[in-house]
Write a protein that binds this ligand. Structure first.
Ligand code: FMN
Length: 169
């Protein structure tokens, strides 16, 4: 793709509003890994599958490709700072925030309290796709919190306006 086409592609993608997630895992040495992701999507209802796309250049890439479990935390509008923190390379990501970590008797990946939802995933599949890897997870536990979502649109964080649009399903 020519350079100007890549810019057009990026600009077009930035026109799609999304939520924001932090994906987290703990490796076999007990080291925590996480990154901010807007590429989250549901995949299947039965079985319950979700996906997130991770750049192969990410520091955490190897850890997530190897991970047996991870958690996808869907962020609230209160969690913009932590979204920024988890989008920085070589940052102290887990030191400053109140994650709930697994224990020996109850091991699980880091959970971010106050998220709208924390989806506990068993790693089901990894697909190489260009410069990213698609991580597909099967959800086997969910924690919920009543909050307003953080949005990402046109390369910036946004807050939802509280005017509800009527829709029919
Ligand atoms: C709002 C937002 C959404 C992002 N979405 C993704 C994504 O879906 N996939 C991805 O690989 N990186 C995404 N990033 C960039 C990563 O969070 C960033 O590259 C991070 O440093 C990767 O972590 P690591 O290199 O420390 O492992 C996003 C960044 C922001 C601010």
């Amino acid at each position: 793709m020519a350079l100007h086409d890549i810019k057009t592609f990026r600009d077009a993608l930035s026109a799609f509003p999304s939520g924001v997630t932090i994906v987290s895992t703990t490796d076999h040495e007990g080291r925590h890994w996480g990154f901010t992701a807007s590429s989250f999507s549901s995949v299947s209802m039965d079985p319950p599958l979700v996906l997130v796309c991770l750049a192969k250049t990410a520091e955490s890439h190897a850890a997530f490709v190897r991970a047996k479990r991870y958690v996808i935390n869907i962020l609230s509008e209160e969690q913009q700072e932590i979204a920024l923190q988890f989008s920085r390379k070589n940052a102290d990501k887990f030191g400053q925030h109140a994650f709930r970590f697994g224990t020996k008797s109850k091991p699980h990946p880091p959970v971010l309290p106050g998220s709208l939802a924390s989806l506990h995933c068993v790693a089901q599949d990894c697909h190489e796709a260009g410069d990213h890897t698609v991580l597909i997870g099967r959800v086997d536990d969910i924690e919920r919190c009543d909050a307003t979502p953080l949005l990402y649109f046109n390369r910036g964080f946004r807050k939802i306006e509280r005017e509800e649009l009527a829709f029919s399903s």
